[in-house]
Design a binder for this molecule. Structure first.
Ligand SMILES: [Zn+2]
Length: 599
């Protein structure tokens, strides 16, 4: 009943191909690529395929609980993603529906259920948010091979971890910093479909002089924008805070630099000593002003962070992680609850006991007295997970979150050569903690590690779902199921190659060449909607750039430069920049300029 006629699709697909033309850089013999001239579909995309939709078959959807804005939003997302992938008109009806969207409060928290209701498929969520997760599962397990084939998946799915976050590092003019609001909104929808329920960003005190800095209002506007986008989707929103404030802070309240003999903690920013009364007042006064600027939108959580940007080693504050930091986190949370009474507090322990200072033990002692101002403990490191919470226990017996770094490992500039999938790495890291964590916040610098996001968020949803299973579902949904096996092979080569490169081991040139050939073959068979998808593009471009740098003549060939230029467009990078850190997130194109140097 829901099938769109095959003949009809074939005719329409031919029209679409003619309109869009062929994809220049993708042709195997096309060395002199002109990726720059391609339609800029990037993250918004999809509009081009919607011509001639008037005659497409209807898919009839009934909305129960229409007054809930998230039910309407779930419908809008469903409609958009189906119409992007095949000729169909997804319409709202009140009778004779083929799909029913509903909220079923009897279901377990945040869960969804997909079942049969007569001739219709019913997608029910425990809440609006649960409904969006159910729509995500339905979309990923439906098929779009010219005909919309609704998902055969039936059952109830309940998330196992309660806080399934994502940390967007909104800085350095990376994608999160630069993308238009429509792209960001669509992207947050996409990761919500995978099960994310919380977004965290940071207010960039580190880059700003004071409240009068001309860029401060923009930074406040950015926080408000992300808060609005996130909360409109029914997700939780929060920010990170610590003792790093404006660059214009008075000198006499600055922190004493941290001992950092292993050079792992970082010492950037302008940390203030909260042990000095004037320093404490300065920190609280400025954080209060920030809370006032977002009070009307609301914060659901704050995350306090000990190091990297932050810390103080003075007599009063040390050892920072179990002394000055604990007091400051308490005071920030207490202040926050004046504005947001339900505010949750996540205390990070990142780089605790590096070097050993008894921070974990000290935090355990401190939280024995009270956990009133801490709701979660977050832990992670640059490599393997810290042993203390696994072997001794989580301070305060609080829920434990992880913080997988999904963006930077083996990959500089970050995303500079395209997609950066690392499923085996994250499977390995997850297996260390999956029995104890209640969720987490992967650290993200951009969209090039979109696959890593899906993998980690699905770990949070179902602790035992393998990275491989998630990627197979991802590939079938984003690129069509036919190429799943080949794309998984490509991803395996990309990850192995990145690991060898990072560890300065020889790269397997034959495997790199084979992955590139495989990508060309997959691409030839892709439907137009998938070929146009930026997710495919960045994966494909990675195979091109790996081939150029490991078996070709390097990243200065015309092919490599065209590929990087296309990535620069997808990421909204600046070809000329005044941002001294932008080179960290920009593909390493020879002609790109950093006017303030590269630090
Ligand atoms: Zn201090």
């Amino acid at each position: 009943m829901m099938d769109v006629s095959r003949r009809n699709f074939v005719r329409k697909a031919a029209v679409a191909t003619t309109v869009l033309g062929t994809v220049s850089i993708m042709g195997s013999g096309n060395r002199r690529a002109s990726a720059d001239n391609r339609p800029q579909t990037a993250v918004v995309g999809a509009g081009e395929q919607r011509q001639d939709m008037e005659n497409a078959p209807e898919i009839r959807v009934k909305l129960e609980g229409r007054s809930d804005p998230l039910v309407a939003r779930a419908f809008a997302i469903l409609k958009d993603r189906i119409q992007q992938r095949c000729p169909a008109r997804v319409v709202e009806v009140t009778t004779d529906a083929q799909i029913i969207l509903t909220v079923s409060p009897g279901l377990p928290s945040e869960s969804y259920r997909i079942d049969q209701d007569g001739g219709a498929v019913r997608i029910g969520g425990a809440s609006g948010r649960g409904l969006i997760y159910g729509v995500g599962k339905f979309l990923r397990t439906s098929r779009y091979d010219g005909t919309f084939r609704p998902s055969p998946w039936r059952g109830t799915s309940v998330p196992q971890c309660s806080l399934r976050g994502m940390y967007f590092a909104t800085h350095f003019h990376n994608w999160y910093h630069e993308a238009p609001e429509a792209e960001i909104t669509r992207y947050v929808e996409d990761i919500a479909l995978w099960g994310v329920n919380a977004i965290k960003i940071t207010f960039p005190f580190i880059n700003l002089q004071d409240w009068n800095d001309p860029e401060t209002d923009q930074a406040v506007a950015m926080v408000r924008k992300y808060a609005r986008i996130t909360k409109d989707l029914g997700l939780l929103f929060g920010i990170g805070l610590n003792n790093t404030l404006f660059t214009g802070a008075p000198e006499d309240i600055r922190a004493v630099p941290l001992p950092d003999p292993t050079h792992r903690r970082g010492n950037s920013g302008n940390p203030i000593c909260p042990g000095k009364p004037a320093g404490h007042a300065y920190i609280m006064g400025n954080i209060r002003q920030l809370f006032e600027r977002v009070q009307d939108i609301g914060l659901d959580f704050v995350m306090t962070w000990p190091y990297d940007e932050g810390g103080c080693a003075c007599e009063t504050c040390r050892p920072w992680g179990c002394n000055g930091f604990v007091k400051l986190s308490r005071d920030i949370t207490r202040l926050g609850r004046e504005y947001f009474p339900e505010l949750k507090s996540i205390m990070s322990t990142w780089m605790f006991d590096t070097p050993p200072e008894g921070e974990w033990k000290g935090l355990s002692e401190a939280l024995k007295k009270s956990t009133e101002y801490v709701d979660y403990i977050l832990a992670d490191s640059h490599e393997d997970f810290p042993r203390y919470p696994l072997e001794v226990g989580v301070p305060g017996n609080l829920p434990l979150l992880n913080f997988p770094e999904i963006s930077m490992w083996g990959n500089a500039p970050w995303g500079g050569v395209g997609a950066h999938p690392l499923p085996a790495r994250f499977q390995h890291l997850w297996d260390q903690v999956k029995h104890v964590v209640a969720g987490g916040f992967p650290y993200s610098e951009g969209i090039y590690e979109d696959m890593n996001k899906a993998v980690v968020v699905q770990f949070y949803w179902d602790r035992d779902q393998s990275a491989h299973t998630t990627l197979a579902e991802y590939i079938a949904y984003e690129f069509g199921p036919e190429g799943t096996k080949d794309v998984l092979s490509i991803i395996d080569v990309l990850e192995t190659t990145a690991g060898c490169f990072y560890q300065k081991k020889p790269v397997n040139a034959d495997a790199v060449r084979h992955a590139s050939e495989l990508a060309n073959a997959v691409q030839e068979a892709l439907p137009v909607w998938a070929r146009q998808n930026w997710r495919w593009e960045i994966l494909y471009l990675r195979t091109v750039l790996d081939r150029e740098r490991f078996v070709g003549e390097g990243l200065e060939t015309a092919t490599a430069e065209a590929a990087m230029l296309r990535l620069i467009k997808i990421y909204h990078c600046q070809l000329e920049t005044d941002d001294p850190y932008h080179h960290r997130v920009r593909p390493p194109l020879r002609s790109a300029v950093s006017r303030h140097g590269e630090y």
